[in-house]
Design a protein around this ligand. Structure first.
Ligand code: 5GP
Length: 346
């Protein structure tokens, strides 16, 4: 047994210290980032915020809505092959959508089929497993890299520098970082495993950037301020589930209660998801996600405006004219209090 005594941080433990700057208005801030990806050499350009590949955030409708603002969506993996083919063939900006897959034989078969039918339409792939620490996962990433040298690969999830490096060397362009911070995730409760998300971002970004790779901070953002902290900590991309859930574009079943409309939002390892796709929770495992009902939040457009406005404003507070400069200009101060909630939590 070993104890690491160094303090590890979450978004709630810090604030960003303001800095003197010459920037006059947040409208001058450029949030788009160009990247040449390390292994695929794909040229990405966009606002590096991605809707999570969950049932009710990784939808075609969400992709259409976010595309207009330069953001992206990692599509969930439960559409039919024909649906992907027609969606990707009609996509204007290729980085607007990632095709997502797990590492089972069925996932591979489906992906190969879609790639065969739409060979040039898909340029971005998200290989997603709950635990990115297994040899079989690393081997899978290498295999896909070998087979598809020019596809941008985002792979995860991990939370430490050693595994970030291993995945980049195996062929990933972007490593997805986060174990346990998600809004509907119960991994920490069920297993005791996890890593404070801001420290995971800082450490994995450092490891990835050393090799010319990138990271995507996945999970735990509850406010635009958290997204700014993730970018400030070194994240190249940020993935959002809960913040984009419950909107018109989320799809899914709605429930009417006391004259209000609610939308279900659930973890992809929750009982709800396993009942829907795998005929229930298998005997050898426990659900590691939960289900919540969110009051309908209307079109996602409002959430996007809030997010982009918040991150732009964070940039002006530290004098970052472009999102790229935010990390360099970020100093985190550790705090014991974030918000004044005397008049409630909103
Ligand atoms: P959020 O932005 O909602 O805090 O986090 C979204 C992320 O939570 C997803 O991108 C994914 O990595 C993670 N996630 C989604 N469903 C589950 C689940 O059922 N269990 C766990 N452990 N994580 C999940």
């Amino acid at each position: 047994m070993h104890i690491e005594n160094e303090v590890k941080l979450d978004f709630k433990d810090v604030l960003i210290r303001p800095k003197r700057s010459t920037l006059s208005s947040r409208s001058n801030v450029d949030l788009t980032r160009p990247f040449t990806l390390r292994n695929s050499r794909v040229e990405y350009s966009g606002i590096p915020i991605i809707a999570a590949n969950m049932d009710t955030t990784g939808t075609f409708k969400m992709a259409e809505a976010l595309e207009k603002h330069g953001l992206s969506v990692a599509l969930h993996k439960h559409y039919q092959p024909e649906e992907y083919i027609s969606f990707f063939n009609g996509l204007k900006r290729k980085s607007a959508a990632f095709y997502s897959m797990g590492i089972t034989a069925a996932d591979m078969e489906k992906f190969s089929f879609v790639m065969e039918k739409a060979p040039d339409a898909i340029q971005y792939l998200c290989i997603d497993v709950a635990n990115g620490y297994t040899e079989i996962f690393v081997d899978f990433v290498s295999k896909i890299r070998e087979k598809f040298p020019h596809i941008a690969i985002m792979a995860g999830n991990v939370v430490t520098g050693d595994m970030t490096e291993e995945l980049i060397l195996a062929g990933a362009d972007i490593v997805k970082v986060g174990i346990g911070p998600g809004s509907v995730c119960t991994t920490r409760k069920m297993t005791g495993v996890g890593y404070p998300q801001l420290s995971a971002i800082i450490e994995c970004a450092d490891a990835a950037h050393g090799l010319g790779g990138l990271i995507c901070a996945d999970g735990g953002c509850t406010t635009p301020g958290d997204i700014a902290k993730a970018f400030g900590g070194g994240a190249d991309f940020v993935m959002l589930g809960g913040m984009l859930a419950g909107h018109t574009e989320s799809g899914g079943e709605t429930i009417e209660k006391d004259g209000k409309i609610y939308r279900a939002f659930y973890g992809m390892s929750s009982k709800s998801a396993m009942d829907k796709y795998s005929g229930g929770v298998a005997k050898y495992r426990a659900a590691e996600g939960k289900t919540v009902l969110l009051e309908d939040r209307g079109p996602v457009e409002h959430a996007v405006q809030d997010i982009l406005g918040g991150v732009r404003s964070a940039c002006t507070y530290v004098g970052a004219r472009r999102l790229k400069e935010l990390t360099k200009r970020t100093t985190f101060v550790r705090v014991t209090q974030q918000l004044n909630e005397v008049f409630g939590k909103s």
